[in-house]
Ligand binder design. Structure first.
Ligand code: 13P
Ligand code: SF4
Length: 305
């Protein structure tokens, strides 16, 4: 762990005074990751938000992640330093879209990738993350399911569940779907010894080329346990920082420089400090919507990993 600078030390002191826990996603800027109590993927962060004893959760990530913390911990103050940090995939789907799918496939449960806003989770049966999507869909008794909003994660999940039919919404992450077969082939040519690891938000034809497909924390675990020394990383470039930090003797190459999610880079240390001083802005979800979304999220958290 690198030594904390003055501003980071002030943030740690403020967090102690405020009885706050700082949660950060694996794509957050390095200086934010270094000052956080926990850095993780969506599933790890949701579990921590549900279990922490802290009175305040300060969330460094994008809005749907902070909302999930507010959904599972209604008695805590969830501080989200920059409310404008959204998710382009989450923006693609509306409640009307979900209702239309339900009308088209009556009786099929709605499985919602957590990369969606609370209103969407509220009209869903169960949530999933990139780390547990296969287990979640497998655990459902129904043979037909509706999967929203990510078509790529839906099609990835379908590969493992041949006896099910997954009807999916045509959403996607622009910063994962952008990766092409040509780019992966060029990266492999430039780094012939490297393994290629992809996030399930990548296109099917890119997934076909991968040595492993994992959530962000799944990639961190995979690399730690691998004997290989070089890796081509098929996810948002922010993951390169924790990869290198945990594996200084290994080499990492982004599969494409285009895989950069601006929303994940908005929160600065100054924003974080100010948020801890003022305990604002906070994420609040209307209680009737929260209760419905809570059912879908907790149902997911109960599924074994
Ligand atoms: P993970 O849950 O794998 O960290 O992914 C979150 C995300 O936003 C991917 O784009
Ligand atoms: Fe959303 Fe994609 Fe950014 Fe993840 S990387 S937060 S899915 S826009």
């Amino acid at each position: 762990q690198p030594a904390l600078n003055e501003l980071q030390q002030e943030i740690r002191e403020l967090a102690r005074d405020r009885k706050a826990i700082i949660l950060a996603h694996n794509y957050q800027p390095p200086e934010i990751q270094d000052v956080a109590d926990l850095v993780g993927d969506s599933l790890e962060l949701s579990l921590k938000a549900a279990q922490t004893e802290a009175e305040v959760i300060v969330f460094c990530g994008v809005r749907f992640m902070a909302e999930t913390a507010a959904i599972v911990s209604p008695d805590k103050l969830v501080v989200f330093p920059r409310v404008e940090a959204g998710c382009e995939m989450a923006d693609m789907i509306t409640v009307e879209d979900v209702e239309a799918l339900k009308a088209k496939y009556p009786g099929a449960p709605v499985v919602t990738y957590v990369n969606s806003y609370v209103e969407i989770k509220a009209v869903s049966d169960i949530c999933c993350t990139s780390a547990n999507a296969v287990n979640v869909v497998k655990a459902l008794p129904e043979k037909e399911v509706i999967f929203i909003p990510d078509k790529n994660l839906a099609r990835y999940t379908q590969r493992f569940l041949k006896d099910k039919k997954i009807h999916y919404f045509e959403g996607y992450c622009p910063f994962h779907d952008v990766l092409t077969v040509e780019e992966v082939k060029a990266a492999r040519k430039a780094h012939p010894e490297a393994l290629f690891i992809a996030h399930p938000e990548c296109r099917p034809e890119v997934i076909d080329l991968a040595d492993a497909v994992r959530s962000t924390s799944g990639m961190l675990r995979y690399v730690r346990e691998s004997k290989a020394k070089e890796f081509i990383i098929g996810t948002e470039v922010g993951l390169l920082y924790p990869l290198k930090k945990q594996n200084p003797d290994k080499e990492f190459y982004p599969a494409s420089e285009k895989m950069l999610c601006e929303a994940m880079k908005i929160i600065s240390l100054e924003d974080l400090k100010k948020s801890l001083e003022t305990l604002s802005p906070t994420v609040k979800v209307p209680e009737d919507i929260r209760i419905k979304a809570y059912r879908a999220v907790t149902r997911m958290l109960e599924i074994p990993r």
